[in-house]
Design a protein around this ligand. Structure first.
Ligand SMILES: *[C@@H]1O[C@H](CO)[C@@H](O)[C@H](O)[C@H]1NC(C)=O
Ligand SMILES: *[C@@H]1O[C@H](CO)[C@@H](O)[C@H](O)[C@H]1NC(C)=O
Ligand SMILES: *[C@@H]1O[C@H](CO)[C@@H](O)[C@H](O)[C@H]1NC(C)=O
Length: 231
């Protein structure tokens, strides 16, 4: 009896939620992103707006990333950006597809934000999503990579790091020659994992020696992890 009464209510509630979330001024961005100093960051961003009354489809969108009143990045061609961000930022998003992602390169210790997105639709309305700012935590030193090793017929070593810069992936160098493979995957909306795998057939003289993996980040920082080659 109780369930019967509850069910229609729940259904209505769900339908109402789905409707309203895509038809209002809303932006989906991370609150805080951790970025290595000197490296880059892609700020993921999706936005939505209320349904315009007019049936005419919109054709023009101007998107701006702002820090206070300063424009950090835009899709508007030839727009004069603040010097600090000129040539360091890139507007990646496709505004027609409600994507407002941006890239910031050579992140400095003062690039903490907060940054927020603004949309201008000349055929409709403009809106600043200033209640959903993005802040950046700039770290000075990279974490050492996680190094692991597996011995089958050959030796396979894996060296793994997480980062925020999918546009310019970290490079890896190994202290031993072999077959090297690099791959990346997304950990969340802004964090990526890049893994380098080294495979080789060890000689007797390789055992008990150090194996090093060095990660070279965008911006020049590097960090090494070591392990001992064992059977
Ligand atoms: C938004 O655009 C960025 C940059 O092109 C892309 O990497 C990302 O996958 C897009 N997001 C969605 C949800 O389509
Ligand atoms: C590995 O790195 C350590 C210090 O980071 C260095 O002393 C050592 O010579 C390196 N070993 C090899 C085989 O490159
Ligand atoms: C490596 O070191 C272990 C002890 O630490 C020793 O028993 C073994 O013989 C060494 N192997 C080689 C190939 O040097």
């Amino acid at each position: 009896m109780e369930l019967k009464l509850l069910f229609p209510f729940l259904m209505l509630h769900v339908i109402h939620d789905v409707h309203s979330s895509s038809n209002q001024w809303k932006v989906t961005v991370p609150e805080k992103i951790t970025v290595l100093q000197g490296s880059c960051v892609v700020i993921p961003c999706l936005y939505s707006y209320p349904m315009p009354k007019s049936k005419k489809p919109l054709t023009k969108w101007k998107g701006f990333w702002l820090k206070g009143k300063k424009v950090v990045s835009t899709n508007v061609p030839k727009f004069k950006l603040v010097k600090l961000y000129n040539k360091r930022s890139q507007f990646l998003g496709n505004l027609a597809a409600r994507n407002c992602s941006m890239l910031l390169d050579s992140v400095g210790k003062n690039d903490v934000g907060p940054f927020h997105f603004r949309i201008e639709m000349p055929q409709f309305k403009s809106f600043s999503y200033s209640t959903n700012p993005v802040t950046i935590e700039v770290t000075r030193d990279p974490q050492p990579p996680v190094l692991s090793m597996k011995m089958n017929e050959k030796l396979t070593a894996s060296c793994s790091v997480s980062h925020s810069c999918p546009a310019i992936l970290p490079r890896f160098s190994w202290s031993h020659p072999g077959n090297i493979l690099r791959r990346s995957k997304k950990l969340n909306t802004w964090k990526w994992e890049t893994v380098s795998t080294l495979t080789f057939s060890p000689r007797v003289s390789d055992f008990n020696k150090t194996l090093n993996c060095t990660v070279h980040y965008r911006g020049g920082k590097k960090v090494t992890s070591s392990t001992i080659i064992k059977k």
